[in-house]
Design a protein around this ligand. Structure first.
Ligand SMILES: [Ca+2]
Ligand SMILES: [Ca+2]
Length: 251
């Protein structure tokens, strides 16, 4: 019974350490839903190359992007956000490879999942095109391209995600418009950055514990050191596996 109690105690410590490690780098995106700058109801506000929009900087080709009210309509087309306001990467008739970027704090060697929603309307005979494509870059390296071809005369949203391993203590995330010049709408909303597969990682770390020698570790005073090494060792192998799954959108 005493041995059983000891094992339960060790498992509890491991779970606690895993929980701390997995929640320390929760969503660190600022203004991921484009609600921080409130634009007039039913209207929009443009931001030119180099300008800031609360957490984001306009980058890419010379042009602009626009924060759009969730009640905006034009030419019989309705443009709700995924939630509230949204960002139109085509701006106000800009339609270039312009976009936004943000630099966030990251832990080197850690796997992150970036997720976001792309909004599209289908307007084959009008201004707004039939598809919406967003290209995503991490520290200047292409991560994934996501195309939403859903919706109709009301903007429809679809969710996409990609994973990457952070190289340094900060990482720059960039979204660029990938629509053609004649397409005047490309929605972006609800950008989030979290650890990848946190539940699977926690379970994997839990399963590592029986391979340790609890009695030796307890008496030698090396318990915390050994547990952290075990956790970190597994994390590196996990990262190596995850790096092979880059560029995989959810849908
Ligand atoms: Ca929003
Ligand atoms: Ca479009």
């Amino acid at each position: 019974m005493r041995r059983l109690a000891g094992r339960v105690g060790i498992l509890a410590v491991v779970l606690a350490l895993s929980f701390v490690a997995l929640t320390a780098q929760a969503d660190s995106i600022v203004n991921g839903g484009f609600e921080a700058i409130v634009v007039p109801e039913g209207s929009f506000q443009t931001f030119n190359l180099g300008e800031m929009l609360m957490g984001w900087t306009v980058v890419g080709s010379p042009g602009n992007v626009a924060i759009v009210s969730g009640s905006y309509t034009q030419a019989g087309i309705v443009f709700p956000g995924e939630e509230g306001q949204w960002l139109d990467l085509t701006g106000d008739g800009s339609n270039r490879q312009t976009g936004i970027e943000q630099t966030v704090d990251t832990a080197p060697g850690t796997v992150y999942t970036l997720s976001y929603s792309v909004g599209n309307v289908v307007d084959p005979n009008g201004l707004f095109g039939t598809t919406s494509t967003i290209d995503v870059f991490i520290d200047g390296n292409f991560l994934l391209e996501s195309t939403n071809s859903g919706g109709g005369t009301t903007q429809a949203w679809d969710r996409y995600s990609g994973s990457f391993v952070a190289n340094g203590s900060s990482t720059t995330i960039r979204f660029l418009n990938g629509d053609p010049l004649f397409d005047n709408s490309n929605g972006l909303d609800d950008i989030r950055l979290t650890h990848a597969s946190s539940l699977t990682l926690a379970e994997a770390r839990f399963n590592q514990v029986p391979e340790l020698s609890p009695s030796f570790l307890l008496t030698s005073g090396l318990l915390a050191f050994a547990l952290l090494n075990a956790i970190n060792g597994y994390a590196f192998r996990f990262n190596d596996q995850q790096s092979a799954s880059l560029r995989l959108p959810l849908k």
